[in-house]
Structures are given as structure tokens and as C-alpha cells.
Design a protein around this ligand. Structure first.
Ligand code: URA
Length: 259
């Protein structure tokens, strides 16, 4: 496929249309070793060698980043008050990247950042039921009754109950003999893992609220086949490996077939 040089450069995030036109005018761009004169010059993005000030540009239609969201930033591309997740992506010049879905400002963990709108749509579509697993600390004793309720679906104040969710109690805050250190049972902190297949607003927090408990810490561990890598500290990101990307696409395909 051929595309105009100015479009090629803007798609790569080199600058806006007018900025890249200025770069061309200033003879900063070469195509296959020759200075490019016209913004409308046709480029074969896979074959032609385009350089900016002598540096070869690498064309990729889409980029995919795994980000370990820290608490304190919002899952948006712009915000007047808070830092956004995009402020952490310092090594990429692309302007069309966005976070796939939202984590609350105080939620940490795995967030996919891409410019692939179709893939984002597939991952977020409520009909595809892509699994998301969270680790949480919850004030109060999480019980087997909660596990059963979450499995059936809980009323979080919307028209429909939540879809079946898998709740695993890691630690209910009690010793082996059933006693706890806290003076009051409701101050006990339980640790859980919860897998949901929807993405309703504040869903995990509201599910626990529905059973009279409060989420005091929340972290997303996985989304579909993507896992939060243990060596990625909060605030760090890296490109998805080819294997991770193809597994994710495979996972989406399987969800489509299940429908
Ligand atoms: N559920 C929540 O309550 N918050 C999040 O950030 C994600 C899921």
C-alpha cells in the first residue's frame, strides 16, 4: 500500500501535518537516500527507507505497550488536573495511542496501551467476555458465601446482576484456629483474587460493596492472555512481544467462536 509522505510521517508521530511539511521544506527528510521535496510524494511504507535527519524511521501501523499503572494517574489521554497514563510513555512519539479501558485513579496494574482501535474494541466489547483478574485487599472477612454469591451474580444497583465471577480467597485475615488479631471483625483485611468478564464502572469495588465490604487496594493482574510481568515496576512499560500479541489475538478469536 502506498501513502503520502506527510501522512506517513504524521502516522509515525513525527509531528502534525504542518510540522512535517516544515520538516520536508527544511530538507530534513530523505527517501531512499534522496532529499524529499514534496509532502504528497507516495511512499511504500514497507519498502522505502525514510530518514529524519539521517535517522531511519521504522513504520508500524500499530503499537502495543504493556503498562504497569501506578496509583495516582488517570486512564485517559488528557486531563487538566491529574497525571495521565500517557505521561509515562516517554519513548514513543506516536500521538494516536490510548489506554484500552479504564482503571480507577487508585487502581494499579496491567493496562494495555495501543493505537489499534479494532483490537481495543474486541477486548472491551461486553459481548466478548474477555476475562480480567484482579488482586484486592478487602476490609472485612471474605467468606465462602461471598464466593457463591459472586458465582451467581450480585446486584450492584443496575438492571442486571453481574455475570458469574470467580472469587478466590487467598487469606481471610484469620489464623488457622479461626481467630483474628483485629479487635473488630469488620477491621480484618482479606486478600482475594477475582476474575470478571465484564467492565462495568467501578465493578470490583461495587461487587464488594454489595456484600458489605470495602476494597482498600486493587490491582489488575491479567486481561485475556496478557499477564502483568513480575519485573515491570509501577510506572514502567514495555512493548508487547510478538508472542504476547499473537496470543492475545488468538484469545479474542476464541471468544468470538464461543459466542
Ligand atoms: N473495578 C473497579 O472497581 N475499579 C477498577 O479500577 C477496575 C475494576
Amino acid at each position: 500500500m502506498a501513502l503520502r509522505l506527510d501522512r506517513y510521517l504524521t502516522e509515525l508521530g513525527v509531528g502534525t501535518r504542518s510540522e512535517v511539511k516544515k520538516l520536508i521544506k527544511a530538507k530534513q527528510i530523505t527517501v531512499n537516500g534522496a532529499i524529499a521535496i514534496k509532502p504528497e510524494k507516495k511512499i511504500d511504507e514497507w519498502k522505502d527507507e525514510v530518514c529524519l535527519r539521517g535517522e531511519k524511521l521504522h513504520y508500524a501501523a500499530f503499537e502495543y505497550y504493556l503498562f504497569h499503572k501506578p496509583a495516582g494517574c488517570v486512564s485517559a489521554t488528557e486531563d487538566n488536573v491529574h497525571q495521565t497514563v500517557m505521561d509515562y510513555l516517554t519513548d514513543t512519539v506516536r500521538k494516536d495511542l490510548f489506554p484500552v479501558g479504564r482503571l480507577d485513579i487508585d487502581t494499579e496494574g496491567l493496562l494495555l496501551i495501543t493505537n489499534d482501535g479494532a483490537l481495543a474494541h474486541e477486548l472491551l466489547s461486553p459481548t466478548k467476555h474477555v476475562e480480567k483478574t484482579y488482586y484486592a485487599k478487602v476490609r472485612g472477612t471474605v467468606t465462602v458465601d461471598d464466593v457463591n454469591l459472586f458465582e451467581k451474580g450480585v446486584d450492584i444497583g443496575e438492571d442486571k446482576l453481574t455475570k458469574p465471577a470467580k472469587l478466590v480467597i487467598i487469606n481471610d485475615g484469620h489464623m488457622d484456629d479461626g481467630t483474628c488479631n483485629e479487635a473488630q471483625e469488620e477491621n480484618v483485611i482479606s486478600e482475594i483474587r477475582l476474575t470478571i468478564t465484564e467492565g462495568r464502572f467501578h465493578q470490583v469495588k461495587r461487587m464488594f460493596e454489595a456484600v458489605g465490604k470495602e476494597v482498600v487496594y486493587l490491582k489488575r493482574l491479567s486481561m485475556g492472555s496478557l499477564r502483568l510481568p513480575g519485573d515491570l515496576a509501577p510506572g514502567e512499560y514495555r512493548a508487547l512481544s510478538e508472542e504476547e500479541l499473537s496470543e492475545l489475538k488468538q484469545c479474542i478469536l476464541e471468544k468470538k467462536r464461543e459466542k
